[in-house]
Design a protein around this ligand. Structure first.
Ligand code: CA
Length: 236
């Protein structure tokens, strides 16, 4: 066995609907390949929920590498809007990871959902947010401690459904035994700091307990957004 995984998604304490979608929907274990996706939908009425669900379903159904799968997710949303213009303006983030039998993790990513890696107790963010605040931070126009409370912190600069073609960031991680990978929507990292996330991830508890501990921490911090996490432990 190479991987043990768990997923958790929760509406939070303020919103009435959960616009996040996640795959897989249940935890498990196996040698891989394992596909995992977090999508954080946006749009009026129920459109955000539809967008994230369409994206996850299309990404799971598509054959191919992460870029191909995320591109298929984009196309599914664009076509749904053409078929039903009342859904216009809906979109979603997508952070998709394929865990291979050899420990390689191939990631495709659009938007401000995140991938993190905990190795040896140290947490590293492995995706780059497509958000205004991330761009301002990279350009040196704001400081790291201004991000959390910035008035435009929710503004994403890239999302699925916004154009016929959306550039997909791709990256490859080479995991080691003991690594713990986290995918999450911004309802987690918007509510608690990376240091708080790291503290919870350092637990020896299995992924299922850790996933729900993260959700609980986000809700205790206010839970103003939907929160979704996938935890994948590389165990051998
Ligand atoms: Ca969100």
């Amino acid at each position: 066995m190479s991987y043990i995984w768990a997923t958790a998604t929760h509406v939070g304490r303020v919103r009435t609907g959960n616009e996040d979608s996640v795959y897989p929907e249940e935890g498990g274990s196996g040698d891989g390949p394992l596909l995992a996706v977090v999508a954080d939908g946006m749009g009026g009425a129920v459109a955000g929920e539809i967008a994230s669900r369409l994206a996850v379903d299309a990404a799971v159904a598509a054959d191919g590498d992460p870029e191909t799968r995320v591109t298929a997710a984009n196309t599914a949303i664009v076509e749904a809007v053409i078929a039903d213009p009342s859904l216009g303006g809906m979109g979603t983030t997508a952070t998709l990871a394929m865990f291979e039998e050899d420990g390689t993790v191939n990631i495709g990513h659009v938007g401000d959902s995140r991938g993190y890696r905990l190795r040896g107790g140290e947490l590293a963010q492995i995706t780059r947010d497509h958000s205004l605040v991330a761009e301002l931070l990279a350009a040196g126009k704001i400081e790291a401690d201004e991000v959390r409370n910035h008035p435009q912190r929710n503004l994403v600069t890239r999302a699925l459904g916004m154009a016929q073609r959306v550039p997909v960031d791709t990256l490859t991680e080479h995991t080691e035994a003991g690594d713990r990978i986290l995918l999450c929507s911004d309802g987690l990292n918007g509510m608690i700091t990376d240091e708080e996330i790291a503290e919870i991830l350092r637990s020896d508890d299995p992924p299922e307990a850790v996933a729900w501990a993260l959700v609980e921490a986000a809700n205790e911090a206010g839970g103003v957004d939907n929160v979704t996490v996938v935890i994948v432990d590389r165990v051998a």
